[in-house]
Write a protein that binds this ligand. Sequence first.
Ligand code: FAD
Length: 436
Amino acid sequence: MNTNFDCHYDCVVIGGGPGGATTATILADAGKKVLLLERGNFPRFHIGESLMPESYWSFKRLGMLPKLKNSPFVKKYSVQFVNASGKESQPFYFDEMNPHECSQTWQVVRSEFDKMMLENAAEHGAEVWQDANVNEVIFEPAANDSLPRATGVVVTRAGQQSQRIGATVVIDASGTSSLIARRLGLRQPDPLLRKASIFAHYLGGRRDQGKNEGATLVLSTNDQDGWFWYIPLPDDIVSVGVVGDVDRLISSRESPERTLEEEILRCPGLDDRMVGAKRVSKVHVLNDFSYRATRCAGENWVLIGDAFGFLDPIYSSGVFLALKSGEMAADAIIEGFAKNDFSPAQLGKWGQTLCDGMHAIRKLVYAFYTKGFSFGKFMRMHPEFKKNLVDLLIGDVFRPEVNQIFDTMEKMVPLPEAIPLENNFSSPTRSGVLTL
Ligand SMILES: Cc1cc2nc3c(=O)[nH]c(=O)nc-3n(C[C@H](O)[C@H](O)[C@H](O)COP(=O)(O)OP(=O)(O)OC[C@H]3O[C@@H](n4cnc5c(N)ncnc54)[C@H](O)[C@@H]3O)c2cc1C
């Protein structure tokens, strides 16, 4: 057993994004000694600005609602789709079916939002180190699992020697770095989603008025081979990004700046909104971002948020799923402490529920990317599913009933099989499975 540590915590959280901050806050509220390690120094840029309404319940639990209500973030009441000829769908208003304040959410500037979340975790009692890069997770063979047991981390703080920190539970919330999933070979790309995205902030893009001012727009390119998000932010800034196949957007193109400009011209719905708009940020590129781990927990370790998996930007589900998995994992960890049980079955008991919800959104993602399919057409043929669709779009995905829509949708569009989550943890360590 590894005992050579500089200090010991109940829980070490790797990463201070929305997922890590959520888990750290809830664990600290439960009286656990929590250390959160973030390699960046906040505020720092991050993509993922449009929230899903069901995030409301996590914000309520975390004590974030008053802060968000007092923030300058733009209020979001709806999402609207714009087709390849520039024709706009009716907005999907989230409060149409449920006139409660939870039906309004926000378009956030992630540098500020993430800082608020991290400060909130510290206010609730988590110890937060920024400029603290986790170099590795320390493992030893597990007694009852084929994967190893986590005992702590090695962290390097800016300008300091690295330290070995012991932890009863290591929570990987490192986002797309997915430290543990990569280290243990658990990260699987989504087979049909090889997408890339190029994006930037613009000043002075036209936005609609009144309730539609904060809407997320999803706009198709003219050949339906890509789509744009158009997300209004404070200070007359709008976040504009294109998503398409990696091969088309990256491999054969000149520069991201040029590609973004060319793609804007190929998007009829964007034309008049972008007249006079000026780019005020660098152009960012991300690709191959759709993946999931085959496990969400092992002995004394847990994966949450993007460190577990990410679907696709289309329905703005990333932050919501990071908050939700952060909450579910924290509850399982707290129960684990009460029972002195840090087995994968205990720490990962929430995994299948999360995956079922993710899979419902994943089906909508696949439908969206199927040529010839449109939600407008589907709704015209099946208006009886309007509430069901809005429920999915707000993130109300953890009830089995929300899957009713898919029996009918499947007759129009091929939908993917679920990605299995490994949950047979009880077999003893298979020798030689992993060289530590
Ligand atoms: C193109 C694109 C557009 C998107 N748009 C949206 C959107 O509109 N709405 C939405 O909800 N989601 C969106 N997302 C997804 C969203 O960005 C993520 O799902 C969300 O940020 C996940 O939160 P997280 O806490 O899991 O990870 P992150 O927010 O990535 O946080 C992880 C943190 O871990 C830190 N870290 C990493 N490695 C280490 C290390 N070794 N040591 C210490 N710290 C470390 C990082 O610095 C980072 O701060 C989008 C994603 C993409 C790719």
